[in-house]
Design a protein around this ligand. Structure first.
Ligand code: ADP
Length: 440
């Protein structure tokens, strides 16, 4: 509007002046030219102002724009990474959730397995402190989580046998009495776990033990009760045979003879059963220092007496004189059973060699014969009670079927072991090993 009024005024002024001077066209032309000049100036000013502003603006854009661009790029990049991270985070969260669920499932399964396990289980750490136990173990030893967690296991179970099991971590189970909270008899084993931890497995065998005691008592009592009447009958039979009038029929004599032989056999069985009962019952036999040479000389003489008319050649070879810590009766029953077997199962005139030697592994007692031998399939079972390769032959020769089980039992009480090698028809060898710590 301002420019319009300016233009109108300049044109009117040009027209007025032209008509007054009487040169109207020139006045109009001058006014138009003047207006043009004014407009050109105005355009020039506007253009310069615009350029200045442009210059000012482009002066900032030298670092602001790239920076802004970079920031924007960075932001976009970051947003992208954040969204990727979010994606992978949610993915890994899902993965770890499912892994955790699987682990929790496995742990719950393991827990329920342990909880329902019929044996007692206890986990102890490297310092033998109790970490966990299942309900069976908790009940057996009266454990409470508040009082007994992290408690030394030896304070919970006070038994020297259990201490030895922890010290040696053997795979063989041990048996022990635990008096707390009530007296119970346990069998225990230890298994090594990761991180030096150990798993202790317990079995309450109190009932089994009681039954075993009842059985042992029964055998011991029955043998005792049988022994006296048997001795009486046996003695009377001997008297009858010795003092039978001459006119007694030979048939009757034969019957007396048979009765005497049978009572002799029963007497032997009863005696062997009493020996086994004693070995079962007596927990700590009286031990002494036995002179091996003397003991074996005596046994050899007994063997010769036993052999009698069968004329076996019995030799004794002692490589080194030794003294053995053992119960005399038990040691004698080992050697006499081996020699009497050798005499019994070796044909007339055969050889029986008794020998003793010592090595770094211990002392060895061997009884070797040139008898009937034993088939391989029977060897592992020879020490079972009443196990005989040939029942009729054993009976005929006066065997009881208990000799080798007495040998094995007596040896185990001396921490020894029996080894049998034999060849059918060629002979047998029975070797007893006694541990080094029993030798002097
Ligand atoms: P038994 O009283 O019958 O001899 P043992 O327990 O002493 O019982 O021996 C078990 C079985 O082992 C015997 O019946 C016999 O078959 C076999 N046996 C033991 N010693 C010998 C041996 N020296 N030679 C051959 N067989 C033997």
């Amino acid at each position: 509007m301002k420019d319009f009024w300016l233009g109108l005024s300049v044109l009117s002024l040009g027209l007025g002046l032209g008509s007054w001077l009487d040169v109207t066209p020139w006045g109009l032309v001058t006014a138009v030219v003047s207006l043009l000049v004014i407009y050109v100036f105005q355009i020039d000013r506007v253009t310069r102002t615009g350029r200045r502003l442009q210059t000012q603006k482009s002066g900032h854009s030298g670092w602001v724009v790239p920076l802004a661009k970079k920031i924007q790029d960075l932001r976009f990049g970051l947003e992208e990474e954040i969204s990727e991270l979010r994606d992978s985070e949610s993915k890994s969260r899902e993965q770890s959730r499912s892994r955790r669920a699987a682990l929790e499932g496995a742990v719950a399964e393991f827990r329920s397995l342990i909880d329902t396990f019929p044996d007692g289980l206890m986990i102890i750490d490297e310092n033998e402190h109790v970490l966990q136990w299942n309900p069976v173990a908790g009940k057996a030893f009266g454990l409470s989580p508040a009082l007994d967690k992290k408690k030394p296991v030896r304070q919970i179970i006070r038994a020297p046998e259990f201490d030895a099991l922890l010290d040696h971590s053997g795979s063989e189970p041990i048996e022990f009495w635990s008096s707390m909270p009530v007296p119970r008899f346990f069998s225990a084993r230890v298994f090594a776990l990761q991180n030096l931890r150990k798993l202790v497995q317990f079995q309450d065998i109190t009932r089994l033990r009681q039954l075993e005691e009842v059985r042992q008592d029964f055998v011991a009592n029955a043998s005792h009760e049988l022994r006296t009447p048997l001795t009486v009958v046996h003695g009377y039979l001997e008297t009858l045979i010795d003092h039978a009038p001459d006119e007694t029929k030979s048939e009757l004599r034969h019957i007396f003879g048979q009765m005497h032989a049978q009572t002799t056999r029963i007497k032997r069985i009863v005696e062997d059963m009493l020996v086994l009962s004693r070995l079962d019952k007596e927990s700590e036999p009286l031990e002494e220092q036995l002179n091996i040479r003397e003991a074996l000389e005596r046994s050899r003489e007994e063997g010769e007496m036993l052999s009698g008319g069968k004329r076996h050649r019995i030799t004794l070879d002692i490589a080194v004189d030794s003294v053995l810590r053992a119960n005399r009766e038990e040691f004698d029953s080992v050697i006499s059973n081996l020699i009497s077997n050798a005499v019994r199962y070796t044909p007339n005139g055969g050889a029986i060699d008794i020998s003793w030697w010592v090595s770094s592994e211990g002392g060895y007692l061997s009884v070797k014969d040139t008898g009937i031998g034993i088939d391989r399939q029977h060897i592992d079972r020879l020490t079972e009670r009443f196990y005989r390769v040939d029942v009729a032959r054993s009976r005929e020769l006066g065997g009881t079927g208990l000799g080798l089980s007495i040998v094995k039992h007596a040896l185990s009480r001396m921490d020894g072991e029996l080894n049998v090698t034999s060849r059918l028809g060629e002979g047998s060898r029975f070797v007893c090993r006694f541990p080094v710590n029993r030798l002097n």
